[in-house]
Design a binder for this molecule. Structure first.
Ligand SMILES: CC(C)(COP(=O)(O)OP(=O)(O)OC[C@H]1O[C@@H](n2cnc3c(N)ncnc32)[C@H](O)[C@@H]1OP(=O)(O)O)[C@@H](O)C(=O)NCCC(=O)NCCS
Length: 224
């Protein structure tokens, strides 16, 4: 982030005014909703960045191939033959009664599908309805741009609005704690496999009850 004077190639600037971006960055679209003074937190030195349209929305039937391509890329391992298991897992979950309409979300950047997240029906103690969040994938060439964050926040908000109770996830606590996930045992919920330990976390939603204790179980498609 530059804190120095406006570069000399901004010679068309009004004294003390904003740089003439149309001259300096001819291919940059300036987001008219964001005052330049807020871009990079600076005033006249502000640097305009290309604006991308990031949209999180429900998956449509026509998205299935692109969703498979996202997970094939996101979960690819160097020594693996064939697509990673997440590709078939998503298809199996879609075809199962664990699938929840409205909780399979995709992220589009400038109209291109680059991320996907799914929440499916799960249980606590074989009797309390809950959700499992998996898989989450963002294409490698679009990582580190907040797309995973947008997908997680999107699906948690949607799940809460639909009245679901809590969401379980297996993954890095470093990543998931920012969304309010906590080690499941804090809530009296045991991981499906005890060796998952702190990697299994839950995020309580508005209708969660402290009575919901016991072992968390994913839909059968996860173990096929
Ligand atoms: C995990 C994943 C979805 C993140 O997507 P993304 O679009 O890059 O995420 P964001 O840009 O919103 O990243 C947000 C933050 O999470 C961090 N982060 C990303 N992956 C992480 C991981 N595995 N562990 C810890 N932190 C992670 C980023 O460094 C970033 O941190 P910062 O905000 O402090 O800079 C993506 O890396 C991915 O598809 N990974 C492969 C599949 C996978 O592991 N899915 C999750 C299974 S639990």
């Amino acid at each position: 982030m530059s804190s120095g004077p406006i570069p000399s190639h901004n010679s068309t600037n009004e004294p003390g005014g904003r740089p003439d971006m149309s001259m300096t960055l001819p291919h940059t679209i300036i987001d008219v909703r964001t005052p330049l003074s807020l871009v990079d937190g600076l005033g006249p030195e502000a640097v305009a960045r290309p604006t991308r349209a990031l949209i999180v929305r429900r998956e449509r039937p026509t998205d299935h191939d692109a969703v498979a391509a996202v997970h094939a890329d996101a979960f690819a391992a160097p020594d693996q033959e064939g697509p990673p298991g997440e590709v078939a897992l998503v298809a199996d979950l879609r075809a199962s009664n664990a699938y929840v309409f409205g909780l399979s979300l995709v992220a589009e950047v400038d109209g291109e599908l680059v991320g996907h997240i799914l929440c499916t029906r799960a249980t606590v103690d074989d009797r309390y309805p809950a959700l499992a969040m998996a898989p989450l994938g963002v294409r490698r060439d679009h990582r580190g741009q907040g797309i995973g964050t947008a997908l997680v926040n999107g699906v948690l908000g949607a799940a809460d609005a639909l009245g679901h109770t809590l969401v379980g996830v297996l993954g890095s606590p470093e990543f998931y704690r920012r969304f309010g996930f906590e080690t499941s045992t804090v809530h009296g919920i045991e991981a499906p496999e005890s060796w998952w330990a702190d990697s299994f976390q839950v995020r309580t939603l508005t209708t969660a009850s402290p009575q919901m204790q016991g072992r968390f179980a994913y839909a059968p498609a996860f173990t096929r």
